[in-house]
Design a protein around this ligand. Structure first.
Ligand SMILES: [Mn+2]
Length: 361
């Protein structure tokens, strides 16, 4: 695992950075292997240090060894210690140290700036570690596969439990319980369950609403396995035959998803893949009702760059994992979304999600 540190140092050299401060939990875990909830990485050309507190010392030492980090305990003031650690490494007064502008809290930045004035320049960066995290290695893909499989199996167990009278909260709780029972470390994000007219809310939080026969029900959830996440959405009709309109809209969303799954391949941009699905929905007259991007990458975090979206120019590469999740939402009526997780291969994609796609399960 030391190669991650070596690759990151190559990036630092290319960016003309003498060192780097990692505050993001996901980047910290990716580079150092440390899974604890608190700690900062201080990475220079020569040394890589994880500063953490008493609670995590033994765990951190064990987890980071293979990644090439040494662990140091910080006194109560973490950010004062980070500054001290950098001071010892930035002789000369001209070195540039990078930090994550989207993760370093302003007051911690101020502490560093006061302490390091005249010693080094703090340089804001964005997405530097993410450049390494985009392409998943075999070990990472195995974890994602397992997380996806857990979610598929939890969904299969949940289907017979989807009955009129159950509340959205109960359904979310059952789904999360099944995932835990099947080996998940936790839920990838708070489970979305939205039924009836509420299914028009793309991110409807589960409520006490009781499911009624004939309701659309959208569940969007995922599992965590070895730190890696799955993401999954299905819409079904509960306790009745689908109406013609429900079926027509479902078929449209499915057709849009299939167009993207069949067409996406390395060399295309995220924007082009988004268009494959969006054009199908727009041609049917529902373009204004698909108001979010087609998909996003995921891994240690549920939403990672790059995306499949109107504005994403990133070129698809083998080894990058994406969700493909078109949806149509009609306020007051309901909504439909279907989401799979895929990995880009040499010639197209492999769909990791195995759950059937049927409006009437
Ligand atoms: Mn998603």
């Amino acid at each position: 695992m030391k190669e991650r540190l070596a690759e990151f140092r190559q990036l630092l050299a290319a960016e003309n950075l003498e060192g780097f401060i990692v505050a993001s939990p996901a980047n910290r875990r990716y580079l150092s292997g440390f899974t604890g909830s608190s700690g900062v990485l201080v990475i220079s050309r020569e040394e890589a240090v994880l500063l953490t507190d008493f609670r995590y010392l033994d765990q951190a030492t064990e987890q980071t060894q293979a990644y090439g980090f040494q662990v140091k305990k910080h006194p109560p003031e973490l950010w004062e210690t980070v500054a001290e650690e950098i001071k010892g490494k930035c002789a000369g007064g001209r070195s540039r140290w990078g930090f994550e502008s989207d993760h370093l809290v302003e007051k911690h930045y101020r502490t560093l700036k006061e302490q390091l004035d005249g010693c080094c320049f703090l340089t804001p960066t964005e997405g530097l570690v993410n450049r390494l995290r985009r392409k998943k290695t075999g070990v990472e893909l195995d974890a994602i596969r397992k997380a996806v499989e857990i979610t598929d199996r939890a969904w299969a167990r949940l289907l017979p439990e989807l009955k009129p009278g159950r509340t959205e909260k109960e359904i979310a709780a059952l789904f999360e319980f099944f995932q835990r029972e099947l080996g998940a470390e936790g839920t990838a994000f708070p489970t979305i369950v939205a039924s009836g007219p509420r299914s028009a809310l793309p991110h409807g939080e589960p409520t006490d609403r009781q499911i009624e026969a004939g309701d659309l029900l959208t569940l969007d959830g995922g599992a965590i396995y070895n730190g890696y996440r799955s993401d999954f959405t299905r819409t079904v009709v509960v306790g009745a035959e689908p109406t013609a309109q429900q079926q027509a809209l479902y078929d449209l969303v499915l057709k849009a998803q299939q167009a993207a799954l069949a067409g996406m391949k390395p060399g295309m941009t995220g924007k082009e893949v988004d268009a494959l699905a969006r054009e199908v929905i727009a041609a049917a007259g529902y373009g204004d009702h698909f108001g979010h991007g087609l998909g996003h990458s995921l891994g240690l975090e549920i939403h990672e760059a790059p995306r499949l979206a109107l504005t994403d120019e990133t070129v698809l590469e083998p080894g990058v994992v994406y969700t493909v999740e078109p949806g149509v939402y009609l306020t007051g009526w309901g909504g439909i979304r279907i989401e799979d997780v895929v990995v880009v291969t040499a010639g197209g994609i492999e769909n990791l999600t195995g759950s059937p796609k049927r409006l009437k399960p």
